[in-house]
Design a protein around this ligand. Structure first.
Ligand code: ASP
Ligand code: MG
Length: 449
């Protein structure tokens, strides 16, 4: 059971969350928590200020961090002085250690990725310690586990690549050591991880979902529950589109495409570990625990048809022109070898005789290097004013008139790249960023009525 930042934002939210866990004790839950809402952002700011040697600015934010957590502990544990004292001493110990560390970074004025991973992971340690104490104060016997002993990654400190075999082994060891017969539940941190040598890493923004599915996979969980603040997965982003519909069930493939192509409900990598063991994922609303949420299941349980219209604005279109490409075998290989060697992953591709256009996530590292290498044999033009829109569903080739439904309403809009995957899960195209939201709303209206 994973609870995101808004599900652990304050005393009321945590009380609700503990109530949800309490109702599931007979299923032997493993609880994974994010940092309190906005705390990871605050830690990023602290790390920036430390890098700029702004000790006073960092100190002010560190003070806020300590106060927020200490006050929360007091509010959550009003009538058990012993457990409250324990919670406060844990909060203070974490904050003291962090302050010393930030002081050292300020003194050096240098922030490595490793140091940054140490700083930004503290939110999960604070929340998990407080919630563990609050559960014990309510008579739910709960033991805290350290994710950094279980979630093992490579040494990409800010976006660690999980090492599956090691994770499975470690999670099983840690869970069986912690989940002794006298325990009702165990709890651990999302997002944080470590290398096999014990160097701290993190899984990247929003990574707590991924932690939960890695743990679920490792223990062969019956289900993986992702508790958030919306009623499951919807047909489009409800903040941007009117009349969105909640989806009862979608397939692993559809969920993976949605997460990858812009729906903000799940970390894009969350699906993969669940698929390995065919474990259903439920996306549920901690503010409305009796709601059905969305079940993410094997494809055979899912009907054909369109499930979502998603969009992604944070992309770059890279256009590669070369006359050398005409009638030359192996040109594509040469181009994509450059992307692959620089670890830049490509989303959409379209080609003509002398052009290749691709889209990549604008946040990818090494894009400059890719462009530089491509420029040695082709003309390269990077366009940062575009966005990607995707119509996602199952067996879209069986859906009558789907291409017409998608493109007819867009007759007045310029469309730059179109791609339809062979698996018929996804029809994606590129539009001007300025019209992205309008296009999504238009399509949603046309497809879902
Ligand atoms: N706290 C981390 C973040 O804000 C991880 C998560 O919430 O999933 O990115
Ligand atoms: Mg999240």
């Amino acid at each position: 059971m994973k609870f995101g930042g808004t599900s652990v934002a304050d005393c009321a939210a945590i009380t609700r969350t503990i109530g949800i866990v309490n109702g599931k004790l007979q299923e032997r839950p493993i609880v994974v928590v994010s940092a309190l809402s906005k705390v990871t952002d605050l830690l990023y700011r602290i790390s920036d200020q430390a890098r700029l040697r702004d000790k006073e600015g960092a100190g002010e934010l560190l003070g806020r961090l300590r106060t927020r957590h200490a006050e929360l502990a007091e509010e959550l544990i009003p009538d058990n002085p012993e457990i409250l004292a324990d919670a406060l001493s844990r909060v203070n110990a974490i904050c003291d250690r962090l302050e010393h560390f930030v002081d050292a970074v300020c003194a050096l004025g240098e922030l490595s990725d490793r140091s940054k991973a140490i700083i930004i992971g503290n939110g999960e340690y604070l929340s998990s310690n407080i919630i563990c104490c609050a559960m014990n104060a309510r008579g739910i016997r709960t033991r805290l586990m350290d994710s950094r002993k279980m979630i093992i990654t490579d040494n990409n400190f800010l976006k660690g690549e999980p090492q599956t075999d090691e994770i499975i082994k470690r999670v099983r060891e840690e869970v069986s050591a912690a989940y002794t017969g006298d325990m009702d539940a165990v709890i651990t941190q999302g997002f944080v991880s470590a290398t096999v040598e014990g160097e701290p890493t993190v899984l990247g923004r929003g990574g707590s979902d991924y932690t939960a599915s890695l743990i679920g996979m490792s223990v062969d969980a019956k289900t993986i529950e992702i508790w958030t603040d919306v009623d499951g997965v919807k047909t489009a982003d409800p903040r941007k589109v009117e009349n969105t519909i909640s989806l009862d069930r979608i397939s692993f493939e559809e969920a993976a495409e949605m997460a990858h192509f812009g729906a903000k409900v799940l970390h894009p990598m969350t699906i993969e570990p669940a698929v390995k063991k065919n474990i259903p994922i439920y996306v549920l609303n901690s503010m409305n625990p009796s709601g059905k949420g969305t079940a993410i299941l094997q494809s055979s349980f899912i009907d054909d048809g369109v499930k979502s219209v998603s969009s992604k604005s944070n992309i770059l279109v890279i256009n590669i022109f070369s006359t050398k490409m005409i009638n030359v075998a192996g040109f594509l290989m040469h181009v994509f070898e450059i992307f692959s060697r620089n670890n830049v992953s490509v989303d959409l591709i379209s080609t003509s005789e002398a052009t290749i256009s691709v889209t990549v996530d604008a946040g990818s590292q090494n894009i400059d290097k890719v462009v530089e290498e491509l420029s040695s044999f082709a003309e390269v033009y990077v366009d940062s004013n575009k966005a990607q829109v995707s119509v996602i569903g199952k067996n879209l080739d069986n859906v009558n008139g789907i291409l017409e439904k998608t493109f007819a309403p867009l007759k007045d809009h310029k469309i730059y790249m179109i791609s339809q995957g062979a698996s018929y899960v996804n029809i994606s195209f590129v539009v001007d960023r300025a019209v992205m939201d309008d296009v999504v709303a238009l399509l949603h209206r046309n497809i879902f009525g």
